[in-house]
Each structure stands twice: as structure tokens, then as C-alpha cells.
Write a protein that binds this ligand. Structure first.
Ligand code: KG4
Ligand code: ZN
Length: 352
């Protein structure tokens, strides 16, 4: 039996089942992660983070990331399978992030997934990284069903998405320049804080006065965002206040910056909740770990009479469980790739 016949047989046998067991692999940026998922629940997950390595350079170095993925992937996949007590031949398929992301990093996961799928005759399920982030809420909230709004905020993306159905998205708004996480990382660099800057600013901001440094509100049309001007405004604002003899504490700068980013994010989410009438908002992506964003999203949803879905931080940052969950819904639609699957560094979120 050749590979495509084996895949057809597996998918036929799995038709209609809700307990589809997938090995999922995520390697789009600086975490090598593998998980074993069953439907939308997680049996095991392993994450090998490269954060400490990249912190030495103040940001992700693509070549170093690729090499670190190559070194980590066998151990990470082996450990995920062992923790779940599953042998490769018992899987229903292999789900893998194939984009967007760093091409060398993505290639490592895609190549490994292809090898495993071919070796064991398993369907290969390609997953869009952002669809994965959105799916983290399905894991954390078993009763969540589309339609809902997803605020996807990470190091590379800031999108307000209407999730119409599983795997069917309409982007209502997006950043016109920097992503929210990128803005946090840049502001942190200004303050001399280590990479990744988002968590560092969040921690510092807790002790600060968020009104100490006035920052302008970006006025973007519709549901769009803009964060690139905030870093410049921060630098200019600090210089202006120093001229006036006011020396701001780092805590105050961090708190003021965090508030400016978060208010922009929640204002547009609240507008979308009111205008679409969709009574559910899910947060997704690394910036969804931000403590103020989580608090403000809860408050805004309460005001709008909407439900809020906040996955735990480990499911907000890059992880393979979310890829397995997105892969489950793709599998049920019969979306398997063949051995020509390639890494795609940039691609739009699937509409259907
Ligand atoms: O989703 P993610 O792990 O990777 C990408 O797909 O980009 O997101 C990483 C981003 C980084 O920019 C990091 O600074 C930001 O998420 N981040 C945060 C927090 N935790 C992580 N930003 C603000 N506050 C946080 N607590
Ligand atoms: Zn991500």
C-alpha cells in the first residue's frame, strides 16, 4: 500500500470520530513544542524554549532558532509521545505549523512531521499558526463554539478576527504597523529590559503609575490598530519631562505604555462586540498573557454583556497543543497535505 492509500484508509476509518489522536508539532519561532491531543483535549505537551539563547542578542536570531529546533525536535517529540503513552503507529495523524513564521524554523517542524507521517502512513495536517492560537481557547473552554471574536495579539500579529466557524475567519481589523508584542518588545529595549520585553514590562508596570507619562491615542479607522508611534512618543515624552525637571521611574513608564497599548486593543474589541452583536470574545497569542489586558477584557465584556474566554498563559504563547486542536478540526474536514507540503513564511488566515 502506498502513502496516499494508507492516508485515505486512516481518514476513512476516523470519519465522524471525536477522539482523533494527533501528534502536533510547532516550530514557527523560538519554541520547539510537541503535543499529543485527543479531539480538543491535551494528553501531553512538551515545550523547549530558546528564549534564554535569543535574550543574549536582544531578539530572535533566525539562524540560531533553526539550529536549536533541529537539536531539540527529536527529544521533544519523543517525550510528548512517551508522556501520553502513545506509539507513533497508534496516532490518527500528525499536525504541523507550516506558516506563517521564520522559514528555517518552520522547515524543521514540517520536515520532521513529513518524515514521521510517511514512515507510519499517517495523514499530515497543515495548520496555520494563527488558527492555532485561536484554537487555544477551544482547549481551555470546552463549551466555546463559533461564532466568536478573537483578539489575536502576539509578537508578529495583531488581528481582530470574526471566527465564523471552525477554521473559517474574517479579519475585521489589524495593525497598520507593529504588532502589539513587537511594540512591547521595542519599549522594553528602550527601558533596558531583557528580551522578551512584554512580560518584563508587565511585571514592572504593576508597581507604576499609569498616568505619569501621557501618551497619544492612535486614531485608526474601523477596527484597525497602530502601535509604531507609541515608542517614539515614549522617547519624546520622557525627554520632554526631563527638560521640565521631572524624572520618571521605569515603573511609571512601563505602566503608562502598557495602558496605552491595552486601551487601544480593548477599545476596538468593545466596538466590534457592540457592532457585530457577537457575544463572545476570546484572547489569543503571547500578549494575551498580559495581566492588564486580561483584566480589561473581562471588564469590557461585562459592560457589553459578552462572555470572555481567557486561555491560561501556557496556551497563549507558542505551543503545540493549540496546533493539535486546530489540526483536529482540519482533520475532520479532510484537509490532509501530501509530501509536497512546504513551509510558508507569510500567508493569510484561511477564510474557510
Ligand atoms: O505568541 P507568541 O509566543 O509568539 C508569536 O507568535 O509571536 O508571542 C510572543 C510575544 C512577545 O512579543 C512577548 O513580548 C509577548 O508575546 N508577551 C507579552 C506578555 N507575555 C508575552 N506581552 C505583554 N505582556 C505579557 N505578559
Ligand atoms: Zn505565536
Amino acid at each position: 500500500m502506498n502513502y496516499s492509500e494508507a492516508v485515505r484508509g486512516r481518514m476513512e476509518a476516523a470519519r465522524g470520530r471525536e477522539d482523533i489522536v494527533l501528534l502536533a508539532i510547532e516550530s514557527s519561532c523560538d519554541e520547539t513544542s510537541a503535543a499529543v491531543t485527543c479531539g480538543r483535549s491535551v494528553r501531553s505537551m512538551v515545550i523547549a524554549s530558546q528564549v534564554e539563547t535569543h535574550a543574549l542578542y536582544g531578539g530572535v536570531v533566525p539562524e540560531i532558532a533553526s539550529r536549536a529546533h533541529v537539536e531539540a525536535i527529536c527529544g521533544v517529540v519523543g517525550e510528548a509521545l512517551e508522556k501520553a503513552g502513545v506509539r507513533p503507529e497508534e496516532l490518527d495523524g500528525v499536525a504541523v505549523t507550516y506558516g506563517p513564521g521564520l522559514v528555517g524554523a518552520l522547515l524543521c517542524g514540517v520536515s520532521y512531521a513529513k518524515g514521521l507521517a510517511l514512515r507510519h502512513g499517517l495523514p499530515l495536517i497543515p495548520v496555520h499558526h494563527i488558527e492555532g492560537h485561536i484554537s487555544a481557547s477551544y482547549i481551555a473552554h470546552p463549551d466555546l463554539e463559533p461564532p466568536f471574536l478573537a483578539l489575536v495579539v502576539s509578537g508578529g500579529h495583531s488581528h481582530l478576527v470574526l471566527v465564523k466557524d471552525y477554521g473559517a475567519h474574517e479579519i475585521l481589523g489589524r495593525t497598520r504597523d507593529d504588532a502589539a508584542g513587537e511594540a512591547f518588545d521595542k519599549a522594553a529595549r528602550v527601558l533596558g529590559l531583557p528580551y522578551p520585553g512584554g512580560p518584563a514590562i508587565d511585571r514592572l508596570a504593576v508597581e507604576g503609575n499609569d498616568r505619569a507619562l501621557p501618551l497619544p491615542k492612535a486614531r485608526q479607522e474601523g477596527y484597525n490598530y497602530s502601535f509604531s508611534g507609541l515608542k517614539t512618543a515614549l522617547l519624546q515624552g520622557v525627554a520632554r519631562m526631563e527638560k521640565q525637571g521631572v524624572r520618571l521611574k521605569d515603573e511609571d513608564i512601563a505602566a503608562s505604555f502598557r495602558r496605552a497599548v491595552v486601551e487601544q486593543l480593548v477599545d476596538k474589541a468593545a466596538l466590534a462586540l457592540r457592532e457585530t452583536g457577537v457575544g463572545k470574545l476570546a484572547l489569543a497569542g503571547g500578549v494575551a498573557c498580559n495581566s492588564l489586558l486580561r483584566q480589561r477584557a473581562q471588564e469590557v465584556c461585562l459592560e457589553c454583556g459578552a462572555r470572555v474566554f481567557l486561555p491560561p498563559p501556557v496556551l497563549c504563547t507558542d505551543n503545540a497543543a493549540m496546533i493539535g486542536c486546530a489540526g483536529y478540526y482540519r482533520y475532520r474536514k479532510g484537509c490532509a497535505a501530501d509530501m509536497n507540503l512546504n513551509a510558508v513564511p507569510s500567508m493569510p488566515l484561511p477564510k474557510a
